[in-house]
Design a protein around this ligand. Structure first.
Ligand code: BDR
Ligand code: CA
Length: 317
């Protein structure tokens, strides 16, 4: 039986790749997409999710709008660096028409809570943007953190951050929210920069999607080329773009793609290290560790899985 999945996305070019990875994985059944903010405003993210679901032939998947800003703030503006990496529209300035479907009336937080109650261990939640929807669900329903299974993209344990020497972008959007999530969730796996900056894509791979001549293949190639070009400027030493969000989906399908460290995590919310993901010194000697942090990845196997799954979507499902 396929594992049920909710993607919590700030779509976002690598979020779009995570969406395609999910749809191209027969082991997963996508029951909904919840929109968060980060690379884009929450409304733009939801628009992109609906448009891409239609482009990928899955307009039947419902999209739910989430919280518009961090717990400790009352508004959100897209950072200049996010717009540079993902384009002003979040999808590398690629033109994808608006979908016919509209977002659901139910909000993302209520959908998340309801789904965990309904599906329990059959469901995995994959957050790949600001963690505010998850933190709000935890605050609203005390049973959520106990029963949800979460594999999130964010954080950096053994490497520096990508928005500051300590902070990774998704955690940096809402450190208080991320802290609530990592401290309280019973089952949580962190897929951070430690591993996602080892899984890189180049123009060699995107060429294969463009050569298919399909609308989905052309979009995936155009948007990803925009992303690779941004990485050429911001991180030329890498020689490609980081497959951050798709790796979280890859691990949800097959946890053996990464090696994990059991740990009790926290997020620094004060001072210069605000946004840092690190072990909680007050729970160091607690024999029960609630989190697993990916510290090594089978790069070759993941890239093969990635190309196979995105290839299915690029060819037209
Ligand atoms: C993360 O930040 C966002 O820009 C990406 O979509 C990814 O989720 C990488 O730090
Ligand atoms: Ca993202």
């Amino acid at each position: 039986m396929a594992k049920k999945v909710i993607l919590d996305l700030d779509t976002g070019i690598d979020d779009a790749l995570a969406l395609a990875y999910t749809l191209g994985s027969p082991e997963l059944e996508l029951i909904g997409v919840t929109a968060t903010y980060g690379n884009v405003l929450v409304e733009t993210g939801a628009r992109n999710d609906l448009a891409l679901l239609e482009l990928f032939g899955r307009a039947d998947v419902p999209v739910f709008i989430g919280e518009p800003h961090a717990l400790a703030k009352d508004s959100f503006e897209v950072l200049e660096i996010s717009a540079f990496i993902h384009g002003n529209n979040g999808i590398g300035e690629a033109v994808v028409p608006d979908a016919q479907a509209a977002p659901q009336e139910q909000g993302a937080v209520d959908f998340l809570i309801e789904s965990v109650k309904k599906y329990g261990d059959e469901l995995v939640i994959i957050p790949t943007g600001a963690m505010t929807n998850i933190a709000t669900a935890i605050k609203k329903d005390p049973t959520f953190a106990e029963n949800a299974h979460i594999v999130f993209m964010g954080g950096a344990l053994t490497v520096p951050g990508n928005v500051s020497p300590w902070a990774e972008a998704n955690i940096n959007q809402d450190p208080e929210g991320a802290d609530i999530m990592v401290r309280n969730s019973n089952d949580i796996t962190m897929i951070g920069l430690d591993v996602t900056l080892q899984t890189l894509l180049t123009y060699e791979e995107t060429k294969q999607w463009r050569a298919l001549g399909t609308p989905a293949g052309t979009f995936l190639a155009d948007a990803t080329d925009y992303y690779i070009k941004a990485y050429d400027t911001t991180a030329p030493h890498l020689g490609g773009c980081g497959l951050h969000d798709p790796l979280a989906v890859g691990v949800a399908v097959d946890p053996s793609l990464v090696t994990t460290l059991p740990i009790n995590l926290k997020v620094d919310t004060e001072g210069a290290t605000r946004g840092r993901t690190i072990g909680d010194e007050t729970r160091l000697n607690d024999p029960v560790k609630n989190a697993k942090v990916a510290v090594a990845v089978d790069v070759e196997r993941f890239l093969a899985e990635f190309m196979e799954r995105i290839g299915r979507v690029a060819r037209g499902l």
